[in-house]
Write a protein that binds this ligand. Structure first.
Ligand code: NI
Length: 412
């Protein structure tokens, strides 16, 4: 049976206000690093909490990030051993045209909260509101990180590099992401590798253009590009241990102007996903070698740039067990789900988890069958999930600050 707790009532008292806020954010989406109005609204919501002890620092990560710090007042909160926990919410939207038909649908053509970051921002605000009013239950400090540019640009890296986890010194960090693959109210965690490193690459095949009827006088970059694409399919199958996982995808190809002209060059772009650093480096090298080697074999020349994107999201096993145990106590065993396999999607909360132990938590949001997927033009973060997420944040904060990770020391 879920344990009784003051958090449910405290969260319930904020519910109506949070629903209105979430719908406001949904109607006013802003892309990565452009979250100016969102950031202003977050700051406005935090303003009255200053009277309850919240310190608000604006201007992070190129300007739109906000870090707010709450020092608890429970006995021991001011001791040297007191812990600090970071909670993170991402704020940016996607360049997607909304098709939900909702009364609060996006008012900005071509932009949409299709990944539910409107919900994530709102849940973090909800946690700030509730925890400020229950400061006396916190035996340490909470750092609320409102982060820009998760979708594109790695706002998480800026937050961490600028010291969001340094003052006060954070001991553990947690984030929530709504997932329509899980039913509403589920709290799911994949211990260990949870989401993939997400890297990009660009290839330019330089050949020699000419008449389509005289290929012998050219070096045809289209044929070379075709061979490269074919050969890249063997990188994962022949160079990665079959027990491990990786993906190499070419998602964009551009070359040529007419049916009877061999062009001078072809450009391609792709993504590389992996779950372990050693595999990541090996795939990068294999892709580079394959691209340049195939081009050279045809007398062409290929330029390739492989760029590190977001690292692997590594959920500390002890922190993961802590989250699942906390969720079991709060909501019952059937709503705490340990996931057996990671996803190959990327997530820049990875930068936080490179620095401190913690977990990326998947919050179930599916209110019915065939709920639209993330990034879909009909996706809408359901308001019913807001109180669940706020309660998860509050309970994690209270318990971590009181007990740390009970029964084991966090690694790393
Ligand atoms: Ni997202």
């Amino acid at each position: 049976m879920p344990a009784a707790s003051p958090w449910k009532d405290a969260v319930e008292a904020e519910r109506a206000g949070l629903v209105a806020l979430r719908q406001h954010f949904h109607a006013h989406p802003e892309l990565s690093f452009e979250e100016h109005e969102t950031s202003k609204r977050v700051a406005r919501e935090l303003e009255p909490l200053k009277a309850l002890g919240l310190q608000v620092r604006t201007g992070w990560a190129k300007g739109t990030g906000i870090v707010a710090v709450l020092r608890g007042t429970a006995p021991g909160a001011d001791s040297k051993e007191a812990r600090t926990v970071a909670l993170r919410g991402d704020m940016d939207a996607l360049p997607v045209t909304e098709e939900t038909g909702l009364p609060y649908a996006s008012t900005v053509p071509g932009k949409m909260h299709a990944c539910g970051h409107d919900g994530h921002t709102t849940m973090l605000l909800g946690a700030a509101k509730v925890l400020c009013k229950h400061r006396d239950r916190l035996k340490g400090s909470v750092v609320f990180c409102f982060q820009p540019a998760e979708e594109s640009g790695g706002g998480g890296r800026f937050m961490v590099d600028e010291g969001a986890l340094d003052d006060p010194k954070v001991g553990a960090a947690f984030a929530l992401h709504g997932f329509p693959s899980h039913r509403l109210g589920t709290v799911a965690v994949k211990p260990g590798e949870s989401q993939a490193a997400s890297d990009s690459f660009q290839v330019t095949v330089h050949g020699m253009g000419g008449h389509g009827a005289a290929p012998h006088n050219t070096i045809d970059p289209i044929v070379v590009a075709a061979r490269i694409i074919e050969a890249l399919q063997s990188v994962v199958s022949r160079e990665v241990n079959p027990i491990e996982s990786a993906v190499v995808t070419i998602g964009k190809i551009n070359g040529g102007f007419a049916r009877n002209v061999i062009p001078p060059k072809v450009e391609m772009e792709g993504t590389i996903r992996s779950l372990k650093e050693a595999i990541r480096r090996r795939v990068h090298e294999a892709v580079k070698r394959t691209v340049t080697g195939i081009a050279a074999s045809a007398g062409a020349r290929a330029e390739i740039h492989v760029n590190d994107g977001y690292p692997v999201v590594y959920n500390d096993p002890v922190a993961s067990a802590f989250v699942l145990d906390t969720a079991r106590h709060a909501f019952g065993a059937d709503r705490a789900v340990e996931l057996p396999v990671p996803s190959m999607g990327g997530e820049d909360f990875a930068f936080f988890l490179q620095k401190v132990p913690g977990a990326m938590i998947r919050l179930g949001v599916a209110t019915g069958e065939n709920y639209p997927g993330l990034h879909h033009p009909k996706y809408n973060f359901p308001d019913e999930a807001l109180p669940v997420g706020v309660e998860v944040f509050c309970r994690i904060a209270e318990r971590y600050l009181s007990e740390g990770f009970p029964g084991a020391q966090p690694k790393r």
